[in-house]
Design a protein around this ligand. Structure first.
Ligand code: PGA
Length: 258
């Protein structure tokens, strides 16, 4: 857990398993409140670290119900690498922290594909998150062409290496393996055997940092994916946007890995 970060892990030492969701560009404040309210009294398994990543508009609302220091970490989907300045439309790490975020998602494939998120920027954002005591969650993954060409391990290893460039060995960083071809409504869910080799390479390059898997994770495939060696948690989009489903996924992860 990030030093000076959430304090969430103080319940029982460092987390042994992770379950999280990013809402991407969904949910009104009322919907954010309803989801967060449904998590308030959940008896989370010891060792399981749940996290929720709302859109920037809803971070403060979610953090009112799931405050820093509580059992559920709240995150931001992105933040700029500079602390402040003339960057119209952006939000900074200190700003999302002020709103209640303790985790920062960085380098999601949708941002890499549509918003010019380069490996260099990913690295700057990792450094910015660590500077302010937020836990970086770095997303990596190859696209379909790279997989077909047999270069998934090379591509993903290079992304991890770049993200961690200059980052001290002791710094806590979460790594999420999200193959681009598996993400979203048009994605193809991965089979456990599709991901094992890449996960192992991330564990190696990431020097044992926690590795989450994401991309079309759902209630019916979560068990097989969390059981892959080296996978410490699941990072879920669509299938976790209902609070009851998020809790059900959390139970699967807890049963298999805490
Ligand atoms: P999905 O999204 O679960 O809806 O495929 C995953 C992600 O983008 O992290």
């Amino acid at each position: 857990m990030a030093d000076g970060g959430s304090g969430a892990a103080s319940r029982s030492g460092p987390p042994t398993a992770w379950i999280g969701t990013s809402w991407k560009m969904t949910k009104t404040l009322a919907q954010a409140r309803a989801f967060s309210g449904a998590l308030v009294d959940v008896p989370w398994a010891a060792g399981l670290q749940p996290f929720v990543i709302p859109p920037a508009t809803a971070i403060a609302t979610v953090a009112e119900l799931l405050p820093p220091g509580g059992p559920v970490l709240v995150g931001a989907q992105d933040a700029h690498w500079e602390d402040e300045g003339p960057w119209t439309g952006e939000v900074s790490v200190p700003q999302v922290k002020d709103a209640g975020a303790r985790l920062l998602e960085i380098g999601h494939s949708e941002r890499r594909a549509h918003f010019g998120e380069t490996d260099e920027r990913v690295n700057l954002k990792v450094q910015a998150a660590l500077r302010h005591g937020l836990l970086p969650l770095v997303c990596v993954g190859e696209d379909a062409g790279q997989r077909a060409a047999g270069s998934a391990v090379d591509v993903v290893s290079a992304q991890v290496r770049a993200a961690l460039d200059g980052v001290p060995d002791h710094a806590q960083v979460l790594l999420a393996y999200e193959p681009v071809w598996a993400i979203g409504a048009s994605g193809t869910p991965a089979e456990p055997e599709d991901i094992a080799e890449v996960v192992a390479s991330i564990v190696a390059v990431g020097q044992g940092r926690p590795v989450l898997y994401g991309g079309s994770v759902a209630l019916d495939n979560a068990t097989g994916l969390i059981d892959v060696a080296g996978v410490d948690g699941l990072f879920v989009g669509r299938a976790a946007w209902d609070a009851a489903d998020f809790v059900a996924l959390a139970e699967i992860v807890a049963q298999r890995s805490t």
